[in-house]
Design a binder for this molecule. Sequence first.
Ligand code: ADP
Length: 309
Amino acid sequence: MHLHFSRGTDRSIPARKGGLEGLESKGAAATPACAPAPNQKAPDGATIVAGIDAGSTAVKLVLDDGNRRSVWQRPSGWSPGETARELLQEALAAWGRKREDVAHICGTGYGRVNLPFLDSAVTEIACHARGAVHLRPGAQLVIDIGGQDAKGILVGATGRVLDFVMNDKCAAGTGRFLAVMAHALGMEVAEMGALVPGEGLPMAGIHPHPINAMCTVFAESEVIGLLNQGVDRRAIIAGLHQSVARRVAAMVARLGASGPVLFTGGVARNAGVGAALEKELGCPVEVNEQSPFAGAIGAVLIAREKAAG
Ligand code: ADP
């Protein structure tokens, strides 16, 4: 799979054999390394389908021609619907295709209601479950933390949703909380997320400083206060990761899962939160390099089924 980040600040996801084959340019008109010639049929004759996850922070788009997939991502901006439309145009141009060449477009994410060009719209819960089980067959619990909500989804073998829990009422425990805190700490969210505990690492010997505020606005003031008191920034970061992980772990405990856990959503890029989640849950929390795109991947899989009738 190829990844394209347009006008974005997100870091690349490392390529892995058997998974992502490469990472494309950050330009607005990125071209896949192996773009098919215009109107070239995929070897199996399959048509193109698309999955779009129009999130609060980033729009993620997957094109699939039955033979391979490419992923594009762009910050949502003020209008995720408009951004999704532009991203689709960009992606199709990069593949030398037109809208008419796409047999089915399935959308998800909170902005899906503003995408008039969709052929179908499916809930985020269903798409994340579907995408997660595709990425990690056998996953039983999906923890999805995005820009404005956090979800725990109990999934069956085929990606069927058995049960779920969700926090979409409060920014604490979401990517937005981490973005606000990174700003207060004067760093990028990616820089903050890369700080994980471990021997020989910058966080070695650092203990989380508890963050007591339950609300993002008050937690931001608390962080600023701690910085002014001279508390080590790394201890504050560890405390913030712990705070997110504790909230999410308490929420997903209600699902009573005991099998493999896959972490999805943009916050899955935050290794510090992943490590804190493992500690709070007391079990391994797996992250796939395509975890941030699980929703769009689920949508493209559903689009493929719908295109097949
Ligand atoms: P949405 O679907 O709501 O648009 P995403 O699933 O794309 O949200 O997640 C967005 C969140 O992901 C951001 O708020 C940020 O906290 C986190 N994030 C994005 N990129 C990175 C990164 N490189 N490192 C750590 N966290 C990241």
